[in-house]
Structure formats: C-alpha cells, structure tokens
Ligand binder design. Structure first.
Ligand SMILES: [Mg+2]
Length: 308
C-alpha cells in the first residue's frame, strides 16, 4: 500500500480474514504484541499455532538484544507457545552477528558494548569479539591497553557499562575503517513501578556525540532484519504483514520494508497516536500510520478458527 494512502483502519471479523487471506507471512513483534513481560497476551498462543497450521510463515522480530535466541525459545515455551522454532526468531543480537559475518565480513575483532545475548550470538556465528573485559579497577583510558585488531564496535544494551568501556569505544572509532554498529535504536525501556532504563539507542547516542559518527542500526526500523528473513525463507514483502505495538519502530519498519502494517493495542502506542499521525499535515509523518488496527491479535481467532 502506498505510504500516502495508509488507512489506520480499525478492523474486525471478516475484514481481518480478508487481510490474512492475502498474506503468506506474518511478522510479529514480541513485547506488547504476543506477550507483556512474562505473561502471554490472551489468545496469542492459539493465534500463532493456527496461523502455522494454515501454512503461513510466522516470524518474530524483536529489538531486544539481551537474550540469545535459545533463551527466546525457552521463553516461548514457558509462556505456552509450543511450536516456535529458533529459526523463526530474529532478534537484533542475532541479526547483528549475521551482519558482521555475512555483510561486513569483518576481518578482525569486534569490540562489544552489550551483554550475554550479543556475546552468545557472535560466538555462534563465529565472529571474534572482545567482551566488556574486567579491567583493573585502577586503570583509566590514559593507561589501559587497546587491541590493535579491533575492526568494529557493536553497541547494544549494557547494564554493566563503564566509563572506561565507553572511552575505549571512542578510541577505536577514531579509526574511520572501524565499523560502528548498533543492535537497535531503542531510547529507553519501561520497568516495573514506573522506573525506566536507558536503551541501546542512548548508549549509541553518547558515542555518536563523542565521535561525530553515525552508527549503522541493525534492528527495527532498519530493514536488515527483514533482509535476514527474506534471504533465509524467500519471503516477499508484498504478501507479508507486520504486526507491532510501537508506531515509531514496528510500523515504520513494516513501511520501510514494503509490508502492510497492523497496530495492535495491547502495548505501547494508542489508536489516538496513530490517528494523530494520519491527521498530521506533515507528509513525512504518514509513514507512522498503520494500514490496520486491532484491539489484540486475539481478534484473529474467530476468523482463523473458522478456516480450519
Ligand atoms: Mg513491542
């Protein structure tokens, strides 16, 4: 659907069936769409199973880089999704590893600001990297050793970030041949009881300011995650649907990749926010308008059950 004509159309019943009938693949964001934290969205397990039974490709695309995909498989199964395979999960940590191995073909080591999820995926992809080393506490950026074999800096969510790690990344990025990558652009994440934590995007911004460089972003809304799916499964964006709860990442991602988009109201963004983008006079805001809106993906259930 052309950007200017996106409808923000609230749909139900047979309208949902009409949309799904034209799609071979459905991509779901995870948090706010199929689960909220440690609780599956009611009906989501059945929706995923039934779509798969009907022969649709189902994929999960998440900017969360804190877990490796095998931990996602465990989470899916813990929450009652019994038929989700690791190959169907595309996280920003996994896709960053694929990018470094297959696209950048980095010859040397990657300096990582990140955690377990990123380390595990890099290790599995065979990409050499340097973890946030346990530096001697007395050491500073003036006297710490630097690794002359670092050819890329990858920034993800890191709750053990130190000033020294940030300073080392700045030093490596002074070399223009050193790649600068970010797992995802997420500015912050909600925690329990109104607390928040800064996301990968804010750590990346610190380095962008310090170095005057711009990071290549792997996660949504960049298209690389879709390119990963397309190259492994031969998926065509024109018969794929992106379902997400955040207009500025999920819906923009779908639009950037040429997919139809659906906002579900079980997460971050509201129908009013989507409508405000639609009503905005500025043409560049139209890209945040979803084609379709549903209250929850459980609204798929009556129509896909009928099709059985
Ligand atoms: Mg989400």
């Amino acid at each position: 659907m052309a950007g200017a004509g996106r409808g923000c159309q609230k749909i139900r019943g047979s309208q949902i069936r009409d949309v799904l009938d034209t799609k071979h693949s459905v991509l779901f964001d995870c948090d706010g769409v199929i689960w909220n934290g440690e609780k599956a969205v009611a009906g989501a397990t059945e929706v995923v199973s039934l779509l798969k039974k009907q022969g649709k490709n189902v994929f999960f695309v998440t900017n969360n880089c804190t877990r490796p995909r095998e931990n996602y498989v465990q989470k899916f199964s813990r929450l009652g999704f019994t038929d989700v395979a690791q190959e169907e999960i595309f996280s920003s940590a996994y896709c960053s590893a694929v990018y470094l191995r297959d696209v950048a073909k980095v010859q040397g080591k990657v300096f990582v600001i990140g955690g377990h999820g990123v380390y595990k995926e890099l290790r599995e992809a065979g990409v050499p990297f340097v973890e946030g080393e346990a530096d001697d506490p007395g050491m500073t950026i003036v006297d710490c050793p630097l690794d002359s074999d670092i050819k890329a800096v990858l920034v993800g969510y890191d709750d053990k970030l130190t000033f020294l790690k940030l300073a080392k990344a700045c030093c490596y990025l002074q070399n223009d041949d050193c790649l600068f990558l970010a797992t995802d652009p997420d500015p912050w994440h909600p925690l329990r009881e109104g607390r928040v934590t800064p996301g990968s995007g804010s750590l990346t911004a610190a380095l962008e300011t310090a170095t005057g460089r711009k990071a290549t972003v792997i996660g949504k809304p960049s298209c690389f995650m879709f390119e990963c799916i397309a190259s492994q499964f031969g998926v065509d964006p024109t018969n794929s649907l992106m379902v997400g709860d955040r207009l500025e990442t999920d819906i923009l991602f779908g639009a950037n990749c040429g997919m139809d988009t659906m906002l579900t109201l079980t997460g971050v963004s509201t129908l009013e926010e989507a409508q405000a983008y639609k009503d905005d006079q500025a043409p560049e805001k139209k890209i945040y308008v979803p084609d379709y809106v549903v209250d929850t993906i459980a609204d798929f259930l009556p129509v896909i059950e009928d099709n059985e």
